[in-house]
Design a protein around this ligand. Structure first.
Ligand code: AGP
Length: 606
């Protein structure tokens, strides 16, 4: 949430900062700003997108040191004044900040009582004034920042520059990511490697409580007690090309279309054809420990939570271990009972979602065994858990999650196979699942080939003010994810219900203006689902059915037929047409597909 970029080196900072901000815009996009240092600080910031900022940055905006920010508002409405960077009253210090300073009100009141005039409503501006005061009293910017951070309660990733020390940037992290990028006689910092890969693939992730001083010729990192820490750079797997739209009109369409490859990468090297098992070395668990769990509890937020529901179903069916999923944002606040015989699984594409991270920290504090299913390598959640499964799905840039959702569901199939095969899942059933997994990429290709037909259906259905999504058992999380995709990118109201629950209330909503997307796989619940379709149509509701064959009777207005896999794996395939439906509905309605209103990709605040 919010993007930070910083640069120090021989080049002009502004173009590097603007380019970096563009790549981070998915993290927040209500306002943006940059400041460079060149005999004083030069600042430009605007309400709007990075493209709007680029228009107001003059060609001659020279300076070899600078910081930039793209914002997702927490304190104060999106406006020019509330946009970052924020300057101290004497224009000496500039700060950009991600996160929330919880005691900002108190700190602000003290500063105001001392006669400091504030230019914005933000919590961040407090930092600029406090660091400026400390800079007057301390020899180094590093010390001034450290002293200020001791006064602060809350979360932050910050970058700070001082007009009087034009060769250095100080960055610090507590709860909001900061990554350093190491160049040739130049240094970068950002809240995500996406902003760095064009310039370097050598990166260093800061830990919570760490602070770093960057100069053109290198960097030093320090723990919260000012002790210098030794950090080994990592090489990032992805290059700048992975962050481009690759010729597609939107990142979302690119990411939907990549799914045959991304799920292949998720299972690559993990399937064993001899014993029909999954190799998941990252779990760091031997067979005895793997057998010892009596329950599995899955936590995640939003789409990650819905993929967790698919995962719980897979684990119960294949491993016969009781499993359930819960939003991490709820779990962390209800003082959960942490059981030593339960395996906890935290899911996060970004590995940064604050609610999920806080839930993991609470679990660990209480002695729970937590594994992660995470896409972003080296992210906060990945580093916090005891082991896990990386998705290897590549960077997901569009705010709506698609390829990470299917890869997570696939990772759960691997985990369920793994847990099942050390228990009672037979070799024959293991083989059935392994063969099914191998068929998925080709079957996804077949669904993608129906893109034009689904685009036509999207045009037809997007005209309605709202849509109902229904599914039973394995189909229910698919319906929830379908509704989530539609509402988040097309702004069409969408509700998901278990098909069995329709007659207990929501059937009252059904009529000509409320079509239903029904998930109807060819499984043991087929007849029950077909009965539900009849009930909907009897009330004048239109039905768009997603399933494995046309129903014999005229029970649906439209049908998307997809290839059949094993019943446990079908939910992965059933999700794909719903992604395409939401995408084409959003395009038909002229929405900003990759950056839907009010949202941001990584929700790093509570
Ligand atoms: C998905 O389309 C959403 N944008 C959102 O629900 C997302 O899945 C959620 O915020 C969790 O993100 P994470 O996987 O990065 O933790």
């Amino acid at each position: 949430m919010c993007g930070i970029v910083a640069y120090v080196g021989p080049k002009d900072a502004a173009p590097i900062l603007l380019e970096g901000l563009q790549r981070l815009e998915y993290r927040g996009y209500d306002s943006a700003g940059v400041v460079v240092s060149n005999r004083g600080l030069k600042l430009r910031k605007v309400k709007g997108r990075v493209a709007d900022l680029a228009k107001v940055v003059p060609v001659r905006f020279k300076g070899n040191l600078g910081i930039g920010h793209t914002r997702w508002a927490t304190h104060g409405v999106p406006s020019d004044e509330n946009a970052h960077p924020h300057l101290s009253a004497d224009q000496r210090i500039a700060v950009v900040h991600n996160g929330i300073i919880e005691n900002a009100g108190e700190l602000r009141a003290k500063l105001v009582a001392d006669g400091v005039a504030f230019a914005s409503e933000t919590d961040t501006e407090v930092l600029a004034h406090l660091i400026a005061r400390a800079a007057d009293e301390n020899d180094t910017l590093e010390e001034a920042v450290r002293k200020t951070l001791k006064l602060v309660v809350g979360t932050y990733g910050i970058a700070v520059i001082d007009a009087e020390r034009p060769g250095e940037v100080v960055v610090a992290r507590n709860g909001s990511p900061i990554v350093l990028g190491i160049g040739e006689k130049e240094m970068f910092a950002a809240s995500d490697v996406a902003a760095l890969v064009r310039y370097t693939r050598q990166v260093v992730h800061l830990e919570d409580g760490e602070l770093a001083v960057l100069k053109a010729d290198g960097f030093h990192t320090f723990a919260s007690d000012a002790r210098e820490t030794a950090k080994e750079p990592l090489t990032v797997d992805w290059d700048a090309g992975h962050y481009d739209t690759g010729g597609y009109e939107h990142y979302l369409l690119k990411e939907i279309s990549e799914q045959p490859e991304t799920i292949t990468r998720t299972m690559s090297g993990r399937l064993d054809e001899r014993f029909h098992v999954a190799h998941l070395g990252g779990l760091n668990m031997d067979a005895r420990e793997t057998r010892s769990f009596r329950r599995v509890k899955i936590i995640g937020c939003g789409s990650a939570y819905y993929s967790g529901q698919i995962g719980a179903q897979l684990i119960e069916e294949l491993a016969r271990i009781p499993a359930d999923a819960e939003p991490a944002s709820e779990f962390r606040y209800r003082n959960p009972v942490v059981d030593p015989n339960t395996l906890y699984v935290a899911i996060s594409q970004s590995g940064e979602t604050y609610d999920t991270l806080a839930a993991v920290q609470e679990l660990k504090r209480k002695g729970g065994r937590v594994i992660g299913i995470v896409n972003a390598v080296g992210s906060a959640i990945a580093r916090e858990v005891d082991g896990g499964i990386y998705l290897h799905a590549g960077p997901e840039v569009s705010v709506a999650s698609t390829k990470a959702f299917t890869s997570t569901s696939l990772a759960f199939a691997l985990l369920a196979l793994h847990l099942g095969r050390v228990r009672d899942l037979s070799p024959a059933d293991g083989r059935r699942v392994v063969d099914g997994l191998r068929r998925l990429p080709g079957q996804i290709e077949e669904i993608l080939a129906q893109g034009d037909k689904i685009a036509e259906l999207a045009q037809k259905y997007a005209k309605h003010p709202g849509m109902m999504f229904v599914g039973r058992v394995r189909g229910y999380p698919v319906a929830r994810e379908g509704a989530q995709k539609l509402k988040e990118i097309s702004y069409v109201h969408a509700e998901a219900y278990p098909a069995s629950e329709l007659k207990h209330g929501p059937l009252a909503l059904i009529g000509p203006d409320m079509p239903t997307v029904a998930i109807v796989p060819d499984d043991e619940l087929l007849d029950k689902n077909l009965t539900t379709l009849g009930e909907i149509r009897a009330r004048g509701g239109q039905v768009l059915m997603v399933g494995h064959r046309e129903p014999a009777a005229k029970l649906a207005d439209d049908v998307i037929v997809i290839p059949k896999n094993e019943i446990e794996l079908d939910p992965i395939l059933l999700t794909i047409p719903l992604q395409l439906l939401a995408y084409h509905a959003a395009v038909a309605l002229g929405r900003d597909v990759d950056k839907p209103r009010n949202l941001a990709k990584s929700v790093t605040v509570e």
